[in-house]
Design a protein. Structure first.
Length: 166
């Protein structure tokens, strides 16, 4: 089964967002890749490295007649008052205002699409974010140590949320 087919058939979708070429922005893809390979990931769950194409995937999801029951977005943010590597949950309404108008779609998926999926599509949308330490403005692959250490913790949190035994 292709990744697209698995994504469309899953009742729970986990999308790892970000660009692995820009430091901690690669957190979402790192979590999604580790989840997809995890032996405890239930068959009804599809974890995908959405990279910078998350808006396209969300748009397709909005247009589909059959939507998943739950959608988890995994991404890196820089929010004041948090420590690098700190994990925290957000709802679509909690997305920082600076990200709502962000036209760099690899940095955060469209808050409008997430709200539409939740409010009109009946999808339970949750966002698992990590406080980024370094998101450079030039190509510099690799997660900072505190964000790299958060990857396995994020995997465990998500596995618990989807009902797996990590």
């Amino acid at each position: 089964m292709s990744e697209r087919s698995r994504l469309e058939a899953a009742s729970v979708v986990i999308l790892g967002c970000g660009n692995t070429l820009f430091g901690d922005d690669g957190f979402g893809p790192a979590v999604a890749e580790r989840l997809a390979a995890h032996e405890s990931l239930p068959a009804h769950v599809c974890a995908v490295d959405a990279g910078t194409a998350v808006s396209d995937l969300l748009f397709d999801m909005v247009l589909r007649a059959e939507k998943p029951e739950a959608l988890f977005i995994v991404d890196a943010l820089q929010v004041s008052g948090r420590h690098p590597g700190e994990l925290f949950w957000l709802s679509p309404q909690d997305v920082p205002s600076a990200k709502r108008v962000d036209f760099l779609m690899h940095q955060f998926p469209s808050a409008d699409l997430l709200r539409e999926l939740a409010e009109e599509g009946g999808v339970r949308v949750s966002i698992l974010a990590v406080q980024a330490a370094v998101v450079p403005d030039h190509v510099a692959p690799g997660l900072s140590p505190p964000v790299a250490e958060a990857v396995p913790r994020a995997v465990e949190l998500l596995l618990r949320r989807v009902g797996a035994n990590p």
